[in-house]
Design a protein around this ligand. Structure first.
Ligand code: ADP
Ligand code: ZN
Ligand code: ZN
Length: 732
């Protein structure tokens, strides 16, 4: 007996067994391969399953097994390596394998639609048609003409026939006579022609020659190069080298919709054979890009994070640009890091992977130190250009309007009067409000931990996210007894309102995920900014992604303290990355511009270190501190979140989970919580979290499996939902 073991997209963390479809022969059965899609009955629906293996028996009683209905693909559309990658990711991120594997396919294939080759619809002669003598069908001149055309060429596209004046109905008549049949003309494989590269400078030359000798087989590289040092030029030349070997290159970039310039540079260098994948595409466009990469008719695939799961015929190189960027991490559903999956993919495919950034993540720096990655450095700007001047602005006891001090308002005014642009930055990511005294700078800290307390407005309490200590919101500052306590962090709206009033003669553009929901909106804004008219840009992290703004002469960070005192352990790393990124993108070579940071702590050692130490050095200091306390990348984290209309019920669920797992955790692992999540209320639901800390990957993995098994066995009541996040990025 043969049992087909399938992955099916459901939240259930298991595989499903089916009998072979009725009528399938023994030979056909023997030819089935992992990765083929089948249509199967599932409950009272029909769904698409992905074959993983053919087994000789099932754990289920045979009589309970249903038969699959149909094999949908004559051959698997994804190869064994990609299946293996999907299964690895499902296990590593503890996400149901069926959902992960079905995400390897575009929507139409997931829904069980037939696989379509990317051809043009055409007509060709049947055997009978080929046998006709010349001059046959003379009584119908149109049919005879069509026949003559088809006799000269193997297959002719429908469009061309129509251009020759032959209507579809003529072709239908020929088909009904059995003389012609429909077919597809395959899209020709377009081999990209690289334009000439730049002459590399000596630093770039060194990187190229080291990398070029490692294009065969798996290796992992970090390209740490300051903004404008010519990393992209290295990517382009490595891709050329990869294509010359007849292989394909995969390039991941953070958000294509926001950075049309990056894409343009690739398209200028390689005039054809580029497939592009990002969230702004229609299903059909996505399908075409997917199929082109799979078939190999696209030699270069450029895409955002989900492109890491697109099949490729001959992967020869993977590049992850701006590898530190948060957007590589998917924050809901299947929570994976595209950067980390890219590394696994390179390993399974036996090709090199290159991570590039001006501000590499501490994870990557750690991997360099442990010898897993090779480090390549670019320290000189490829063009000319200096970095801007960065200053801290002391705002203690200063009047703030919309969060802006007089000093900052004046600086904005000066920039606008001089016809220049000002970029004002408000942090919103991974943001948890802390309580601060505006008069003396006092900050509410935990008595037991080296950590700031987080404001929970709903409960009107301060809480420590490390030890769970809690106390009521204070009414006055315990340090100076003043009453100017404020919760750090303003809404973008308040600041925008003030700017519009105060600088009513100039445009104020707000750039955040609310105002820039469409790809077009951001592109329009970017081209408006590039026209160079004086204006104010008020935005979040979005503004720092890959843009170069030559007209910006002033960059200001409004709420430096919110980042400096972020309760998230990644706060300082993110802030240093942000500073370096915005500073590197503002201004022209001759006018590098100015960066102002508003703070109550102008002398804070961390802030001073950021101002005076290059990122590369500062990041290595931060890494040492993380290593000392066992936080990632030195230790590992796994987060379980609950999501429920009833806050209490969510916390209860996590508490039970904690009790069940407590005694069974691998040694060195610990659980923190349950605690309300920093952004506790979302879409009318309350979110709580239980955090697991583990000393290493292996134990984190064991613990994650335990958490999932236990969570699945707990009764989930009402609308309570839970999720697991391995290597979470927004933690506290
Ligand atoms: P990065 O990706 O590190 O920010 P880019 O590759 O965008 O840097 O390079 C910055 C600028 O310098 C670009 O305008 C690029 O065309 C130019 N550039 C890069 N490499 C060279 C080179 N070898 N010679 C001349 N100009 C270069
Ligand atoms: Zn005070
Ligand atoms: Zn504490």
């Amino acid at each position: 007996m043969s049992v087909l073991r399938l992955a099916i997209a459901t939240p259930l963390r298991r595989l499903f067994d089916y009998l072979a479809p009725p009528g399938i022969s023994r030979e056909q059965l023997a030819l089935l391969q992992p990765g083929q899609r089948l249509r199967v009955p599932f409950g009272n629906r029909e769904v698409t399953g992905i074959l993983l293996s053919v087994e000789s028996e099932s754990a289920l009683d045979d009589s309970a097994l249903k038969a699959a209905q149909e094999v949908l693909d004559p051959e698997p559309l994804v190869d064994a390596t990609l299946l293996q990658l999907g299964l690895w990711a499902a296990d590593y991120y503890q996400h149901p394998a069926g959902e992960v594997l079905s995400a390897l396919f575009p929507t139409s294939l997931r829904k069980g639609k037939p696989h379509q080759r990317l051809g043009e619809p055409a007509w060709q002669l049947t055997v009978q048609g080929k046998g006709l003598p010349e001059g046959a069908l003379a009584r119908s001149p149109r049919q005879s003409q069509a026949l003559a055309i088809l006799q000269q060429q193997h297959a002719v596209s429908r469009l061309r026939l129509r251009d020759c004046g032959i209507s579809p109905s003529i072709m239908a008549q020929l088909r009904d006579k059995g003389l012609v049949e429909a077919c597809d003309i395959e899209e020709p494989v377009a081999s990209p022609v690289p334009g000439p590269g730049l002459n590399l400078n000596p630093e770039q030359e060194t990187v190229m020659s080291r990398m070029a000798s490692m294009l065969d087989g798996f290796s992992c590289h970090l390209l740490e190069g300051i903004t404008g040092s010519g990393k992209t030029e290295i990517y382009l030349q490595l891709i050329s080298a990869c294509l010359n070997r007849g292989k394909q290159a995969l390039i991941l970039i953070p958000e294509i919709g926001l950075t049309p310039q990056t894409l343009q540079r690739f398209q200028q260098r390689f005039t054809s054979g580029i497939a592009v994948l990002h969230s702004g595409l229609s299903d059909t466009q996505r399908y075409r890009a997917w199929e082109a990469a799979r078939k190999g008719s696209a030699s270069i695939l450029i895409g955002t994070r989900s492109a890491v799961f697109v099949p490729m015929q001959q992967p020869g190189l993977i590049i992850v640009d701006e590898e530190h960027d948060d957007s590589y991490k998917q924050q809901d559903g299947f929570r994976y890091s595209a950067r980390d999956v890219a590394i696994k993919r390179a390993q399974l495919s036996g090709c090199p992977v290159l991570l590039g950034s001006a501000t590499p993540s501490l994870e990557s720096i750690n991997n360099v130190q442990s010898g897993r990655y090779q480090l390549h450095r670019l320290t000189q700007r490829a063009g000319s250009g200096r970095l801007p001047d960065i200053q801290a602005v002391d705002i203690r006891r200063q009047a703030l309007r919309g969060g802006l001090s007089e000093t900052l308002v004046k600086a904005v005014d000066d920039a606008l009067q001089a016809g220049q642009q000002a970029l004002l930055f408000l942090n919103r990511r991974g943001y948890a409000p802390t309580m601060q005294c505006h008069d003396c700078g006092w900050i509410a800290e935990c008595d037991a931990c080296d950590a700031r307390l987080t404001v929970h407005r709903r409960q009107r309490r301060l809480r420590c996210h490390h030890c769970c200590a809690t106390r009521p919101l204070p009414q006055q500052c315990p340090n100076c007894l003043g009453s100017s306590l404020l919760a750090s962090g303003l809404g973008t709206e308040q600041t925008e309102e003030f700017l519009k009033q105060r600088f009513s003669d100039w445009p104020v553009h707000r750039v955040d995920s609310d105002s820039m929901h469409s790809r077009g909106a951001m592109q329009e804004l970017v081209s408006e900014i590039n026209r160079g008219q004086a204006c104010i840009l008020l935005g979040t992290q979005m503004l720092t992604k890959g843009h170069h703004f030559p007209g910006v002469s002033l960059v200001a960070i409004i709420d430096t303290d919110a980042m400096l005192f972020s309760s998230d352990f990644r706060g300082e790393e993110r802030m240093a990355q942000l500073l370096t990124q915005v500073a590197g993108r503002a201004g022209r070579a001759e006018h590098p511009g100015k960066v102002l940071m508003q703070t109550h702590y102008p002398d804070h050692p961390t802030l001073q270190a950021m101002l005076h130490t290059p990122y590369a050095e500062f990041a290595r200091e931060l890494l040492q501190r993380r290593q000392a306390v066992g936080m990632p990348p030195a230790g590992q984290l796994v987060m379980v979140r609950s999501d429920c209309r009833d806050a209490q019920r969510g916390e209860d669920f996590l508490r039970q989970l904690r009790e069940r797992c407590g005694g069974k955790l691998p040694p060195g692992c610990a659980l923190i919580g349950p605690l309300p999540s920093p952004m506790q209320r979302r879409a009318g639901k309350y979110r709580s979290q239980l955090l697991l800390t583990a000393p290493d990957r292996q134990r984190a993995r064991h613990a994650a499996r335990l958490l999932v098994t236990q969570a699945e066995s707990l009764p989930a009541r009402g609308d309570m939902k839970w999720s697991i996040d391995v290597d979470p990025t927004d933690v506290f």
